[in-house]
Design a protein around this ligand. Structure first.
Ligand code: RIB
Ligand code: CA
Length: 310
């Protein structure tokens, strides 16, 4: 059967962990590699988390390429703002970016920079490669800027990010991945590359509830580590009654786009002022960004658990 070639650009990250395992397990996906970005934790931690997860899953053959820390750092914000941002991400994802401990990695990242890997893979697989960014869009914007031909070489981009017709999750305007690098996000949205945008419009409510800890029943290494993660998240966040499947839904959108209702938009991103990180969508049948506006939540959760349980 024809597998879909993807590169997952990720900032693992609790929900990234589930998305990476889905991509590793799905027999419909040819995972060409993981490219790493900072976001849920420092670039060092997100890289280590990716290497540790591949080691835990026994998938050391999957190459890992380090990209850039997301733009949101001490230099782009005031110290108070950056401290507040750091405490937000530590609350959600823990000090190291994951609420589970994984084995020490037995592999190292490849020498090539993530941006060069993305460009090389797109050129070698013209019309076949889908980029699946599930963190800040820093690497993706850099790749498009470095190689404008990406627009013709890529089959498409399925990204997790944005809040088009709903409130954000960092501020009332901004979703986390966009908030971390709005300039990069604006460049990607305006690139003309065909995008399927999996924003909070469909990802916030599609979630595992606190009482659904039997969502994954089996005892495979994947199911055990995910159950451990969910148990820890709900224990550490007593006010949080759900774990949103933001990144898993984005991988699912590659496999089963029909589970999501898409509407064509032009999307731009606010890069300054109080609405920093807001994604502004304008309905346009000739646009290039298909925004996920509705999802079959129960069927999506069922499909995700089926893939994770294989
Ligand atoms: O807003 C949700 C997104 O931010 C997800 O990708 C999550 O992993 C965090 O990066
Ligand atoms: Ca993520």
């Amino acid at each position: 059967m024809n597998k879909t070639k993807i590169i997952l650009d990720t900032d693992p990250g609790n929900d990234d962990l589930l998305a990476i395992i889905m991509a590793l397990k799905s027999d419909l996906i040819d995972m060409r590699g993981l490219t790493i970005v900072g976001g849920n934790a420092s670039l060092e931690n997100t890289t280590n988390n990716a290497l540790s997860l591949l080691t835990y899953m026994g998938r050391m053959e999957v190459p890992v390429y380090v990209g850039d820390a997301s733009a949101l750092n001490e230099s782009s914000t005031s110290p108070e703002e950056f401290d507040e941002f750091k405490s937000h991400r530590i609350e959600i994802h823990g000090e190291t970016g994951l609420h589970v401990s994984l084995p020490k990695p037995s592999i190292r990242p490849r020498e090539m920079h993530a941006v060069d890997f993305i460009i090389n893979e797109a050129e070698s697989n013209k019309g076949e490669l889908i980029l699946v960014p599930i963190g800040p869009l820093t690497n993706i914007a850099m790749a498009i800027k470095k190689e404008p031909n990406l627009k013709n070489w890529l089959k498409g981009i399925h990204l997790m990010g944005g809040a088009v017709n709903v409130l954000g999750n960092v501020t009332e305007y901004a979703e986390f991945n966009i908030y971390c690098d709005p300039v990069a996000a604006d460049e990607v949205m305006g690139s003309g590359i065909g995008i399927k945008l999996c924003g909070l419009d469909i990802t916030r409510e599609t979630s595992v509830k606190r009482e659904e800890t039997d969502w994954l029943g089996g005892n495979s290494p994947a199911e055990k580590i995910i159950r451990q993660l969910l148990d820890t998240v709900f224990r550490k966040l007593p006010d949080r009654d759900y774990f949103s499947l933001h990144d898993p839904i984005t991988v699912l959108s590659v496999l089963y786009p029909e589970l999501i209702d898409w509407e064509m938009y032009d999307v731009s991103v606010v890069c300054t002022g109080s609405e920093f990180g807001k994604t502004i969508g304008t309905l346009n049948i000739d646009g290039t960004v298909e925004v996920g506006v509705n999802i079959d939540q129960e069927l999506a959760k069922q499909k995700i658990s089926q893939i994770l349980s294989t």
